[in-house]
Design a protein around this ligand. Structure first.
Ligand code: ATP
Ligand code: MG
Ligand code: FE
Length: 343
């Protein structure tokens, strides 16, 4: 089967055509970095306008490039959340209109399930169950992935997501927007031991993540510097990246004791080569397989949404035209909050 995927939950407008035998027939990803850069972060209203202008023409381009029409497609998959609600509504409504016009099934995809299943698009040997480290701009979770739509959350962040910590630290150091790739680039020429930064929750019994203390420490250490230049940026970036990586590895090691299968990483932060390397080392130490999608498939794209659509369509998991757009949509709705009430 062939699924058309639409993604518009943050600041990437993306369209892809993916087949059930894992071929990406055509795809486009339009990032809005230039539009948001002057503001140092994603402006929801600007993002929604850009999605509204770009999405429909991109569908035409992708279909034309693959030499197909809507009639050749077996399903329309659109991100239905979680994310910035304006953008999510534009993608979902576009998906509904296409599904209605062509009389095709609609698949309302959870963006996080898109990330979670992305490794199965490029690795046909990856079977359920697996342990997933989902690290992105809005999320930092460990999940036991038991099947399509079957997630057990083992850990989450009690404050910031790791991608958010990368972005905010980059801003403090004057590395600009988007921050994650800038920190990774700057860190290459830096000394990770120059700044002694905290590793929140390292080695504790608690399963969760915390990055707020690390972010504040970057802010404090940076403010204490006298006329910091490019070398300070590189050293701070390297020190921050090393601390964040230590936290991810430590929490993941803890989860490996309770979750079976290969270790899989996904989400925008999973494109970071230093983090990928550290996780590969961890998996090797534990005699577990490590699977990471190619870097382009880690950051937001529509191929992962189309692929989640392929997986859902194969199981008959299609949605009605009344499917809601959701700003919040946890993968494991039964998971307890990271910290109990009053704690
Ligand atoms: P979510 O998926 O939680 O809804 P999102 O879609 O905004 O959030 P993604 O596109 O999956 O997030 O990931 C973007 C995040 O990944 C940003 O915080 C960005 O800084 C981070 N990121 C991207 N590339 C890198 C990198 N090379 N190193 C570290 N972080 C990175
Ligand atoms: Mg983005
Ligand atoms: Fe994402």
């Amino acid at each position: 089967s062939i699924v058309l995927g639409l993604e518009s939950s943050c600041d990437e407008t993306a369209v892809a055509l993916v087949t059930s035998d894992r071929q990406i027939l055509a795809q486009r990803i339009a990032s809005q970095d230039e539009a948001h850069r002057p503001f140092g972060g994603v402006v929801p209203e600007l993002a929604a306008r850009a999605h509204a202008e770009r999405l429909a023409p991109m569908v035409e381009t992708v279909l034309a490039e693959a030499g197909l029409t809507l009639a050749d497609v077996d399903g329309i998959a659109a991100t239905a959340g979680p994310g910035l609600i304006g953008g999510v509504m534009i993608g979902l409504v576009t998906g509904k209109a296409l599904a209605m016009a062509a009389d095709k099934p609609l698949i309302a995809v959870n963006h996080l399930e898109g990330h979670a299943l992305s490794a199965r698009l490029t690795d046909s040997s990856l079977e359920f169950p697996y342990l997933l480290l989902l690290v992105s701009g809005g999320h930092c979770q460990l999940l036991a992935v038991e099947g399509v739509g079957r997630f057990r959350r083992l850990a989450t962040t009690i404050d910031d997501a790791v991608g958010e910590a990368f972005d905010k630290s980059a801003k403090v150091m004057g590395l600009g927007f988007p921050g994650g790739p800038a920190v990774e680039r700057a860190a290459r020429g830096g000394d990770p031991r120059r700044f002694a930064l905290p590793r929140p929750l390292l080695g504790t019994d608690e399963p969760h993540f915390s990055f707020a203390g690390l972010k504040s420490a970057v802010l404090r250490s940076w403010a204490a510097l006298d006329a910091p230049g490019a070398q300070a940026q590189a050293d701070m970036a390297a020190s921050f990246q090393a601390a964040a990586t230590d936290c991810l590895v430590d929490r993941t090691a803890r989860a490996m004791a309770v979750a079976k299968g290969p270790l899989v990483v996904a989400g925008g932060v999973a494109s970071n080569a230093h983090i990928r390397g550290a996780l590969a080392g961890l998996a090797e130490t534990h005699g577990r397989r490590f699977v990471a999608p190619p870097a382009w498939l880690c950051t937001d794209n529509a191929a992962m949404i189309a692929w989640a659509g392929v997986e859902r369509l194969a199981l008959g998991l299609v949605d009605g035209l009344d499917a809601p757009a959701r700003a919040r949509w946890p993968l494991d709705p039964d998971a307890a909050p990271a910290r109990g009430a009053g704690v």
